[in-house]
Ligand binder design. Structure first.
Ligand code: CUA
Length: 356
């Protein structure tokens, strides 16, 4: 028996390997395509008010962005399908390693699919993007509600010039009405982002940036600072609470009023603690002698859902912990630990709980 010669055997083996690889590759490709899709299924798209997904819009700005996102997604999916089909077709028609590549052919295909089609698609996307940018700019609505928002490390000051109401980390808006947000910063740059209502707008030192939102339905929409601004950037959250117009009107009127007088002896003692301790040098409670401007206005603190800019829920327990030593909850914030005795602390909590 004569041993087969080297080069012929090599070629045979190469062809066999090539065929085996050809059978495997479509399968590998399919797996590669499906994996990322499967991985992204778990979260995100849920409507609801809990998940701040830009793909569950509740305002005209976010609706524009979501539309643009789906357009880009559709185009990308189309490109993936076309390229995959062409690739599979080429793999199926493959005739082995010995076929000589003929150069100079297919130039027209490259020009059409590689230049003309992408140019047309990108021009279309650019035009749609310009249209959306225009739609996000000043809607010139004479009935707009102006809200002044100032970013601080790391919380949000909210003012309603219409009646002088001041609050923090919670922006109430009436459903269906255009709200003109005037965005400033007291220190470093921040970025205002409520994914379900509108795209981001930066708060830039030394200037005022404007944006307009209009909530389509009632709900609490989570917002987040979207520009790194220091160690507690991640805990610089807030909520936009969209209410029916009559509910909003009553909320706004309530926020402009001074704090209610203490209802009982313990609350009265708590108010004394507030006015005599260092609380008063940083916080304002309108209607008392506390008039500090460093931290959030606490006049209607009890009505807010969170403490520390979305950090912990506003419950008596968390409030006590926050007052005693907020540094354990949100290290680096400006509020120092308060060395209050248990009786004073309980009285202070009791008073703050009455501030609706
Ligand atoms: Cu403010 Cu990040």
């Amino acid at each position: 028996m004569v041993a087969r010669s080297g080069p012929a055997r090599e070629r045979r083996l190469a062809r066999a390997r090539h065929r085996a690889a050809g059978r495997r590759s479509p399968l590998v490709l399919l797996v590669l395509l499906v994996l990322p899709l499967a991985a992204s299924c778990g979260e995100g798209g849920q409507g609801g008010q809990g998940g701040p997904s830009a793909l569950a819009p509740a305002g005209f700005g976010a609706r524009r962005v979501a539309g643009l996102w789906w357009l880009l997604f559709g185009i990308s999916a189309g490109v993936v399908v076309v390229v995959t089909v062409l690739l599979l077709w080429a793999l199926a028609r493959r005739r082995g390693p010995d076929v000589k590549v003929r150069t100079g052919q297919g130039n027209r295909l490259v020009v059409v699919l590689g230049v003309a089609v992408p140019a047309a698609i990108l021009t279309l996307v650019y035009a749609v993007g310009l249209r959306d940018l225009e739609a996000l700019s000043d809607p010139k609505d004479p009935g707009e509600l102006v809200v002044e928002v100032t970013g601080h490390q790391w919380w949000w000051e909210v003012r309603y010039p219409e009646n002088g109401a001041v609050t923090a980390n919670e922006i109430h808006v009436p459903v269906g009405r255009t709200v003109h947000l005037r965005l400033r910063t007291a220190d470093v740059n921040h970025s205002f982002w409520v994914p379900q209502l509108a795209p981001k707008t930066d708060l830039v030192a030394g200037r005022v940036n404007d944006m307009w939102v209009r909530a389509e339905r009632p709900g609490a929409y989570r917002g987040q600072c979207a520009e790194y601004c220091g160690t507690q950037h991640a805990r610089m959250a807030f909520e936009v609470v969209a209410q029916r117009p009559e509910e909003f009107a009553s909320w706004l009127a309530g926020q402009a009023r001074p704090a209610p007088p203490p209802a009982d002896a313990r609350a009265a003692a708590g108010r004394k603690v507030l006015e005599s301790s260092s609380c008063a040098s940083c916080h304002t409670v309108r209607g008392t002698s506390a008039a500090g401007r460093v931290g959030p206005d606490l006049t209607h603190l009890a009505g807010r859902r969170y403490l520390g800019a979305g950090t912990v829920p506003n419950t008596p327990g968390w409030l006590g912990g926050w007052i005693s030593d907020s540094q354990t909850v949100k290290p680096g914030n400006l509020m120092p630990p308060q060395p209050l005795g248990p009786v004073e602390l309980r009285a202070l909590i009791a008073y703050l709980e009455t501030l609706h």
